[in-house]
Design a protein around this ligand. Sequence first.
Ligand SMILES: NC(=O)c1ccc[n+]([C@@H]2O[C@H](COP(=O)([O-])OP(=O)(O)OC[C@H]3O[C@@H](n4cnc5c(N)ncnc54)[C@H](OP(=O)(O)O)[C@@H]3O)[C@@H](O)[C@H]2O)c1
Length: 290
Amino acid sequence: MIKKILIFGKGFLGNRIAKSLDNTFLTEKRVSGDRAKLEDYLSEMYPDIVINAIGKTHGPGVPSIDWCEKNKKETMRSNVLAVYYLAEACARRGIYFVHLGSGCIYNGNNDGKGFSETDEPNFGLNREQFYATTKIQAERALKRLSKKYPDFKYLVLRLRMPIDDMPNERNLITKLLGYKELIDVPNSMTVVPYMMPAMKELMEKEKTGIFNLVNPGVISAADIMRLYKNLVDPSHEFDVISLMKLEQDLVQAKRSNCYLNTDKLKLSGIVLPDIRNGVIGCLTRYSKVS
Ligand SMILES: NC(=O)c1ccc[n+]([C@@H]2O[C@H](COP(=O)([O-])OP(=O)(O)OC[C@H]3O[C@@H](n4cnc5c(N)ncnc54)[C@H](OP(=O)(O)O)[C@@H]3O)[C@@H](O)[C@H]2O)c1
């Protein structure tokens, strides 16, 4: 049976998922504390799966998570409360709930092993960054809901720094092209064209729990632009700066830099290309459409 997928959150990823997966409907519906209205809407739409792509990752005039530091109430409403309301409505109706989480709740490489899905977050709990705090709280809210509704099926996909093959102000390539100064710290990242089939497969298998949905390996922002210089535009210039300078002079909140372990994804039969090869493919296609 073909499953009907309803996507909430009409932003970068909501639109991208709707374009890539079949049988989706991307709704503009706002999720608020009006639970009766939300349940009526779900009854009317009758989805098998709800994907939550709602979130506050930036805001007017501030194109980064620094916006969340000064707009905590709004960030909390979208990143935690909306998740809870939507998930609870799905739990009550037996709808499979897929949530876009973030891997930016870790810092470091966990002694070279990478952080797995069972490791406790080590970034965002001590006021380093409000966005990370809310992403942890959302995951905890889902865990609590699953205790209240034992049949509730939910999947959390932890993404990091999405890289796409088409220009978009939220695509990491587009963002990096706009920066004159970059850091050279290795990070796990999600290559969007590979995220889509992986997400589809996880949903078809009705997987539940948390999955690190990033490509294996690590790459830095400076590495990506070095590849851009080699493959696309040799005249592109940028300077490499330290993480300390970035955090002292250029951004407000601390940034998570981390390596996520992808063994669980692999054990589920999903093998994504290494991050460097994934980025090369994106850069090559990006240069043809930009
Ligand atoms: N992009 C990334 O780097 C990244 C990385 C890891 C995880 N994620 C997660 O993926 C999700 C989607 O991110 P994105 O990059 O697609 O962000 P985005 O482009 O800002 O899209 C988020 C959308 O959610 C909408 N929204 C906010 N509150 C809402 C509510 N209460 N009801 C309905 N819609 C609401 C926003 O609308 P308004 O702006 O009009 O409020 C916006 O259209 C977020 O949860 C984010 O944390 C993103």
